[in-house]
Design a protein around this ligand. Structure first.
Ligand code: ADP
Ligand code: ADP
Length: 228
């Protein structure tokens, strides 16, 4: 687990468009922060810079106090959960969850992998589905597998990119509760992108509101409500 600091971070895309215009946010170790704002305001860009899928044009990104601007994604040890789940269709639930551990070649024995996969799947109530393929799961179960793959290793932080947007309203409410519970239990630093007001107001310790690439507000959900 680690703090994440954005220090005047800028992103200018190769076509010359500046999508993020000097954003500074201090995310404490263990904090759950929500990035919210209208489509196109730069939420995904910020998340992709944190995880290392986009270069930072200017400013500094620190994870656990260490500058990581030039670090490859795999060396940042962050776990990202995507909107479309990004599961491997030919692999079982078990192997999907085990995948990040197998990537770290030779680091874990089969016994350790088995222990970690079973612990993660128990937390997410996937125990009975370990042998199934993603195509045979419900949307909510697929989302849980994607989360299982994130929590199976000891990542410094979880990054969520609109993880519930493909689910129906009822399931979304249920998964929202689950994510909140899981985050409290694991106390892992979490950055969560959404354009859903309910998620923004109920999930996080603080909400960062972006608008046209700038940080417009940064407050607790209650603070945001009292000072619109
Ligand atoms: P959000 O996640 O808030 O919807 P994004 O971070 O995806 O916003 O995009 C922010 C802005 O940057 C948008 O105007 C988008 O069109 C632009 N953008 C995103 N990716 C690229 C890219 N690869 N090249 C140029 N512009 C981009
Ligand atoms: P989001 O769901 O985050 O708003 P989009 O559907 O806008 O994402 O974008 C999907 C992909 O297209 C992203 O990888 C983003 O970088 C890219 N993209 C978005 N806007 C542009 C753009 N103006 N030029 C080039 N690529 C873009």
């Amino acid at each position: 687990m680690a703090s994440i600091t954005l220090d005047n971070v800028v992103k200018t895309y190769p076509d010359g468009f500046t999508a993020v215009k000097g954003v500074s946010i201090d995310i404490a170790d263990g904090e759950f922060i929500i990035l919210v704002g209208p489509s196109g305001c730069g939420k995904s860009t910020v998340l992709r810079m944190i995880v290392g899928l986009e270069d930072i044009s200017d400013g500094e990104l620190r994870i656990g106090g260490e500058v990581v601007n030039d670090k490859a994604p795999r060396d940042r040890n962050l776990a990202m959960v995507f909107q479309n789940y990004a599961l491997y269709p030919h692999l079982t639930v078990y192997e999907n969850i085990a995948f990040p551990l197998r990537l770290q070649k030779g680091q874990f024995s089969e016994t350790e992998i088995d222990e970690k996969v079973r612990r993660a799947s128990a937390l997410l109530e996937l125990d009975e589905h370990l042998d199934r393929k993603p195509a045979n799961l419900s949307g909510g179960q697929r989302q849980r597998v994607a989360m299982g793959r994130a929590i199976v290793r000891d990542a410094e932080a979880f990054l969520f990119d609109e993880p519930l947007s493909n689910l129906d309203a009822k399931l979304r409410g249920q998964m929202r509760t689950e994510i909140a519970r899981l985050q409290r239990r694991l106390a892992t630093t979490t950055v969560y992108v959404t354009h859903d007001q309910t998620e923004a107001m109920t999930l996080g310790d603080r909400v960062a509101v972006l608008r046209r690439g700038e940080l417009q507000q940064l407050a607790s959900p209650r603070g945001l409500y009292e000072q619109p």
